[in-house]
Design a protein around this ligand. Structure first.
Ligand code: VGL
Ligand code: ZN
Length: 189
């Protein structure tokens, strides 16, 4: 059965130097590239906000302005250029859509089902927000879910957020794995 790689929000604003930089965010490039080569389907989400999104500080939200649709910060990280992406899903497009989950008001579940995907392998940014929400929703949608620990990084607003997010994803039914083991499985089977 086809396995899909879901690359969550690997965008310039979440990489070092970006508006909402995630520490080590660019270090996921190599594992993401390895996984994209090895898996059958690649779907990427983008955080894709209007300039006055409710999550921005000026609107009373928790975040600095980030991933405004059409800006360089919202572009995929340069490491994504070498990856063949089958579908792109934009979330948080409306002012009042949180958009942490790639499944929120999107076609993501249908895109995966159309391709007969049974297992969703999740990497990207950030562990404690969009990766967490997307992995938990993928479980709820009935997919087998594997979160790749070396292909994610956390914002860690509060110490322990990353660890708690991993525990939450596990509790929802996700398995936690390492990219090298997954790639070895894919090439030996
Ligand atoms: C994200 C905070 C705000 C994420 C998106 O991609 O994890 N985090 N918007
Ligand atoms: Zn956002």
């Amino acid at each position: 059965m086809p396995r899909a790689l879901l690359i969550v929000d690997f965008q310039n604003d979440f990489a070092p130097g970006g508006a909402l930089a995630v520490r080590g965010g660019d270090e996921i490039a190599a594992p993401i590239e390895r996984l994209a080569e090895a898996l059958d389907v690649v779907v990427a989400t983008r955080d894709w906000h209007p300039p006055d999104h409710d999550s921005f500080a000026a609107q009373g939200g928790p975040w600095p302005v980030h991933c405004v649709r059409g800006t360089e910060g919202a572009e995929f990280h340069p490491a994504m250029r070498g990856i063949e992406i089958d579908a792109v899903v934009d979330v948080g497009r409306e002012r009042d859509e949180e958009g942490y989950s790639g499944f929120e008001n999107s076609d993501l579940a249908a895109i995966l089902r159309d391709r007969d995907v049974d297992e969703v392998v999740v990497g990207g940014l950030a562990t404690d927000y969009c990766v967490r929400a997307s992995a938990i929703d993928a479980c709820r949608e009935g997919f087998q879910v594997t979160v790749v620990e070396d292909a994610i990084r956390a914002v860690e607003v509060n110490e322990g957020d990353s660890r708690r997010a991993l525990a939450d994803m596990r509790a929802a039914g996700a398995r936690i794995a390492d990219s090298r083991d997954l790639v070895a499985d894919a090439t030996s089977g």
